[in-house]
Design a protein around this ligand. Structure first.
Ligand code: NI
Length: 138
């Protein structure tokens, strides 16, 4: 087993309280396990940078009444047709839409597409959920 080391951190009490509540719901048993999980997630995400191929879904929630937003979303996905595999659109309620965009490609490229989609005016929230295929692209 790897040698275990201890370290202490400074954090606002309220931030820690909120974090521990969510970590507890996620089934993380204690602070150490929670922080270890975060660090592992972060390292996996960082490893994607570069030429790794990733596959995943970009999930966005938006108000379809926002002017020109649906056109922009369509245009961007057509422009990135090499990376965009499929899109599922769900009408959540009278105003809100959920779009799940399946993507595959170079990690840096896919992340950039996700950032652009999430950054469009009118997109309320969005996120790239991805994993790696383990393949390196040239
Ligand atoms: Ni809709």
């Amino acid at each position: 087993m790897d040698r275990v080391t201890r370290f202490s951190i400074s954090i606002e009490a309220d931030l820690l309280r909120r974090f521990l509540q969510v970590a507890h719901k996620a089934g993380w048993k204690n602070r150490s396990e929670a922080v270890r999980n975060l660090i592992r997630d972060f390292l996996v995400r960082e490893e994607w940078r570069g030429n790794d191929e990733i596959v995943g879904t970009i999930c966005i929630v938006y108000d379809h009444h926002q002017r020109e937003l649906t056109d922009r979303l369509t245009r961007l996905q057509h422009h990135e047709h090499d990376s965009v595999l499929a899109t599922t659109h769900i009408h959540l309620d009278h105003d809100n839409c959920l779009e799940m965009i399946a993507v595959r490609g170079r990690a840096t490229r896919v992340q950039k597409i996700a950032d652009r989609l999430v950054g469009l005016r009118g997109v309320k929230h969005g996120r790239l959920i991805a994993t790696t295929t383990g393949r390196k692209l040239r």
